[in-house]
Structures are given as C-alpha cells and as structure tokens.
Design a protein around this ligand. Structure first.
Ligand code: SF4
Ligand code: SF4
Length: 300
C-alpha cells in the first residue's frame, strides 16, 4: 500500500511540475522582466497562476473575474464564469490537487523537514469558511462597489491579498525591472508581509492558503459533490480502520464520504485503503450516473 501511495504521490508531483512548466513557458519574460501578451493570454488556466508572472502564457481565472466585475462597462462575463463552471463540473478540486502551481509551491515548502508539522488545531474547521468570505468580499463585492469616479473598480483580491501574485508576478518583475523598483511602496511591502507569513505557515501546515484563503479553491469546492471526476467509497468493503483518514493531509475523513468540500482529489486515501473499498469512479460510469439523475429530474 505504501509503495502504491508513494508512486501515486510521485506521479501527481510530475503532473504538477509539468503543468506549471507548460503554463509558464514564456521563459524569456523572466530575463526581460516583461509579461507575455500574446493571444493565448485571453485563455484562462485552471489554477491560481498570476497574469503578471513573466512566464505565464494564460490568465488566472480569479484575476480575470475581478477585471470583468470591476470594469466600468461591466458586462456579465460568460466566458470566465462559464470556464469556472466547466472546470468545477468536470473536476472539482482536482484542479487544486493536480494543476495549481501555487498548490505545488505550498506542498514543496511543507516537505522541508526540521519544522514540527501541525496536522490540525482548534478552530481549523471553522477557519476553512474564511475562503468563502474572501471570495464574496474581495473578488465580487469590492470590485463591484468600491469604484473610482468613472465607475471603475479594482481587482482587490490581487491588489491587497494574493500571495501567489506577489511570488509569481511581483518578485520577478521588481527584481528585473529597474523602473518598477523605483515605484514600489507600502502596498508592495504589505503584500510581501502576507507572502512571508504564507511561507512560514506552509512550513508547518499543509496547504494553508488552499485551506483558509483561496477564492478559487472556494469556487471549485462547491462542485466537489457533483463533479465528473471523483472517488467513491463502497461501504461493504470498508472496515472503518481509519487508514484513509490518517493519510489525508487535508484532514478529510474519506470513509464518511468523498464529496467533502476540502478534498483535492490527491488520491492518497484510495491507495491507503487495504480493503480496496475506495475507488476512482470511471468517467463513463459517472457520465451515465449524471444522465440518469437528469432524466429523473426531467420526469418530475
Ligand atoms: S485552493 Fe487555490 S491555491 Fe490551492 S490549489 Fe486550489 S486553486 Fe490552487
Ligand atoms: S479525501 Fe483522499 S483524495 Fe481527498 S484530499 Fe484526502 S486523501 Fe486526498
């Protein structure tokens, strides 16, 4: 079981690295201190990959969502909302576990030994709701209502909070662009403080930003109960041994249901289950299940 789990972890790590490299392949941007602005930039990527990262060839959906909501000629963005619904409906938080560069960054920090790891603490579960508050206030309401005299809002989550933006966009651009070095001020200092706090938290807690702050994870989590890609527990084989819960770093208890909003579909639990009662539901079967429930709804 251990070997299978390690193989799965390593496979997931390779997918995460490969995806991060593909979606940040404009490497010359890091040397020139410039952002890629080709046509691909109109396309969103599933993870939190900052638009301002010099290597990024796509856009962060949270940044794009705020840009549309905050625009003075605000129109409902069918593209960005449709993209989030499509990714969520297809994979839920699988995107977090496998396709988010900032998720990978947090995992790498957590792997650093020497620091005592904290699995959970009092208030952990309640703190997980903060990401929904961040989503509503900083991504939706503030860009919509806190506007300038021409009615233009700002991407407040990116501007005031996002440590992924500071790491992927702020640091490389400020390091390589002399003009920017002269203009940075208190806001940049504040964002650096948040990034440093996030890094310190990552040394002891597994993916703290994903658990407590990330508005993209908040959106995808709502799709976990219905997404096409998911795991399933078949009750008959389960002996309630607790092995799956023990290996889950998101502190979910998979035996009580794999539709938990916190599950990032990493697959560790399925490989820890000695009775093999936890399985990935084949896509074809999931599609048939969804079709069946749709036809039941239509018959009502
Ligand atoms: S919760 Fe957010 S930061 Fe974490 S992995 Fe998911 S999208 Fe990435
Ligand atoms: S419940 Fe399983 S798949 Fe989900 S995060 Fe935990 S270990 Fe990973």
């Amino acid at each position: 079981m251990d070997k299978k789990r390690k193989n799965n972890d390593f496979f997931r790590f390779k997918v995460q690295v490969l995806w991060a490299l593909i979606t940040n392949s404009f490497l010359i941007g890091f040397v020139q201190g410039k952002i890629y602005q080709g046509k691909l930039k109109n396309v969103c990527v599933p993870g939190l990959n900052c638009y301002s990262c010099p290597g990024a060839i796509g856009s962060c959906p949270i940044g794009a969502l705020q840009a549309v909501i905050g625009s003075y000629e605000f129109k409902f963005s069918f593209y960005v909302v449709g993209f989030l619904i499509a990714v969520g409906a297809f994979m839920g938080r699988f995107a977090c576990g496998w396709l988010c560069p900032f998720g990978l960054f947090q995992e790498l920090l957590y792997k650093i030994p020497f620091f005592k790891k904290v699995r959970t603490f009092r208030g952990d579960r309640q703190l997980r709701y903060v990401k929904y508050v961040v989503l509503v206030i900083f991504v939706i309401l503030m860009p919509l209502f806190v506007v300038d005299i021409i009615g233009q809002g700002a991407p407040y989550f990116c501007k005031l909070i996002c440590p992924a933006g500071t790491l992927e966009g702020g640091w490389p651009l400020v390091l390589t662009n002399k003009g920017l070095q002269e203009t940075v001020g208190w806001l940049y200092a504040w964002k650096n403080l948040l990034l440093v706090l996030t890094i310190v938290a990552c040394l002891v807690i597994y993916r703290p930003f994903c658990k407590y702050i990330c508005p993209l994870g908040a959106i995808y989590s709502l799709f976990n109960p219905v997404s096409l890609i998911k795991y399933k527990t078949c009750g008959d084989g389960c002996t309630n041994c607790g092995a799956c819960q023990a290996v889950c770093k998101m502190t979910v208890n998979p035996a009580q249901g794999l539709n938990d909003l916190e599950c990032i579909r990493c697959g560790r639990c399925a490989h820890a289950c000695a009775s093999k009662s936890m399985k990935k539901v084949p896509l074809k079967k999931r599609a048939a299940e969804i079709q069946e429930s749709n036809s039941k709804i239509n018959q009502l």
